[in-house]
Ligand binder design. Structure first.
Ligand code: SF4
Length: 289
């Protein structure tokens, strides 16, 4: 629970506030940009929700905050918001919310598939979310883009009996016990329309999941930057090798997709041609860094 005693002075007056435990993960700012902004090194409420839709989005961000740094005083009832996750992004892609603190608040997604749903990276194992995932048909596969965004993977695997998939180069310690460890740098088919593309760089075992030549679940490999105004990679959060990551980006650019759905950073979507142009721009930018 957020602590009103730690309410940041930067918040505007009103019930919603961010406290000083914020880790600056950006989640609330992209989920409810009309309410939350970045002031100093953290988020703050820059405008109180002005209507019902904004209030719901502000509460969705509150529920998703990995560190429970958002609160309301006097208390604003959560109502149906906790049970509304996962939230639709498209007909078959949903945002799980309930970001996990161990992944620095990375986003995770549910991909609905006739052959069994795929959970991409791990949110918190929160009861309202788990119940909704059950209602949506459960989870057959838990695809882990890399070792940093694994969250509550053991609890999801135990509850749903799903197969976890991770590259062996990121399988440290307990992650050695995941059901399927991928090897090498060649793409691997996970099922019809599901292709894992290894993209070492951010970590040695980073992988993207390409779906139907449409969706690219990119983990922490590539995302859209509001500040730069183009698709980019995290130069200051490259834990393995930047030159290797550039080479991975060049291989990834050889595939077609329209969406980039990252763990951190913002989503991108456009036509395949526009996305290819963004990837080329990203690679050119990376070579200047
Ligand atoms: S979601 Fe929480 S931790 Fe992340 S930026 Fe917002 S207040 Fe801070």
């Amino acid at each position: 629970m957020a602590d009103p005693g730690k309410r940041r002075a930067e918040n505007v007056d009103g019930p919603f506030y961010v406290d000083t435990t914020c880790i600056d993960c950006d989640t609330c700012r992209w989920m409810a940009p009309e309410t939350y902004g970045r002031l100093g090194e953290m988020s703050a409420v820059t405008r109180q929700p002005g209507d019902e839709a904004a209030r719901v989005r502000a509460l969705e961000a509150l529920v998703s905050c990995p560190t429970a740094s958002i609160g309301t005083a006097p208390r604003v009832p959560l109502g149906d918001v906790p049970a509304s996750f996962p939230l639709p992004v498209t007909d078959d892609v949903l945002h799980c919310g309930y970001h996990h603190p161990s992944s620095f608040g990375a986003a995770s997604y549910l991909l609905r598939r006739p052959g069994g749903n795929v959970l991409v990276d791990s949110p918190r194992f929160a009861a309202p979310l788990v119940r909704r995932l059950e209602e949506l048909g459960g989870v057959s596969t838990l695809f882990l883009t890399h070792k940093d965004d694994v969250g509550d993977h053991e609890r999801f695997a135990e509850h749903f009996g799903c197969e976890r998939v991770l590259h062996v180069a990121d399988a440290d310690g307990p992650l050695r016990r995941v059901e399927r460890l991928l090897e090498g740098e060649d793409p691997v088919a996970l099922g019809e329309g599901l292709l894992v593309v290894p993209v070492p760089g951010h970590t040695r075992g980073s992988c993207c999941l390409l779906v139907d030549d449409t969706y690219l679940f990119s983990g922490d490999h590539v995302a859209w930057s509001v500040r730069l105004g183009h698709v980019y990679a995290f130069r200051t959060a490259c834990w393995y090798d930047w030159d290797v990551q550039i080479a991975s980006m060049e291989r990834l650019a050889g595939h077609a997709y329209r969406w980039i759905l990252p763990g951190h950073g913002r989503r991108w979507h456009g036509t395949r041609e526009e996305t290819a142009a963004e990837m080329a721009r990203c690679i050119a930018w990376m070579k200047t860094m």
